[in-house]
Design a protein around this ligand. Structure first.
Ligand code: E4P
Length: 217
């Protein structure tokens, strides 16, 4: 499963990219706002920090303007993936861009039928929002299971990019189901490394090693 980070904070992205475990980045208008940065320069900087796809979202709601915005965003770097909302105009844009060889991430997916539409529109990625699903009393991971089943039934290439992840259980379940990508806030990625018994084990080994008085040279 690929790991994307869901942030526009370039310091966080650079730090996580240094682990060698980061496969891409997703942003959205709220994350750009949170960064306090100008959209285009920050996307350009992010694209230089990772080799994989960097999702940059259009903000127009009509197809024509979405296409204009997508053209501007595509010109920023080769690894930009255009993010469009799951609407009729969004999918129209997705089809056009995909036919033109552009990677498209269809966002704000909340049903398996929507995911089916996005795959038919040639999306490179579908982003079902599991956390927001759970927040509304629905089962986000059940949605991922349904999409996996449907995509496998018809051999769609569209990658299931699990979004709106809130905790490590979402990541574990995504991997069990066979999702292609998990995009996570930096705190969730960092949390995956942690285990209390790992910390305790290191503490014990270090204490005993110090007692040997040895060094590795
Ligand atoms: C995905 O691409 C979105 O940017 C993101 O995962 C939304 O997550 P949220 O529900 O925490 O805002």
């Amino acid at each position: 499963m690929k790991f994307f980070v869901d942030t526009a904070d370039t310091a966080e992205i650079a730090d996580l990219a240094a682990t060698g475990l980061l496969d891409g980045v997703t942003t959205n208008p709220s994350l750009i706002h949170k960064s306090g940065r100008e959209f285009i320069p920050v996307v350009k900087e992010i694209c230089g920090l990772v080799d994989g796809p960097v999702s940059a979202e259009v903000v127009a709601l009509d197809h024509e303007t979405m296409m204009k915005e997508a053209d501007i965003l595509r010109a920023v770097a080769d690894n930009v993936a255009i993010k469009v909302p799951l609407t009729i105009d969004g999918l129209k844009t997705c089809k056009k861009l995909s036919d033109d060889g552009c990677q498209v991430n269809v966002t704000l997916c909340f049903s398996a039928n929507q995911a089916l539409l996005a795959a038919k529109a040639g999306a490179a990625f579908i982003s079902p929002f599991v956390g927001r699903h759970d927040d509304n009393g629905l089962d986000g991971m059940r949605l991922i299971e349904d999409i996996r089943l449907i995509y496998d039934n018809y051999l769609f290439d569209t990658e299931i990019l699990v979004a709106s992840i809130r905790n490590p259980i979402h990541v574990l379940e995504s991997a069990r189901i066979g999702a292609d990508v998990a995009t996570m806030p930096p705190s969730v990625i960092r949390g995956l490394f942690k285990h209390v018994l790992t910390d305790k084990g290191i503490e014990g080994f270090m204490a005993d090693w110090a007692k040997t008085g040895q060094t590795i040279t």
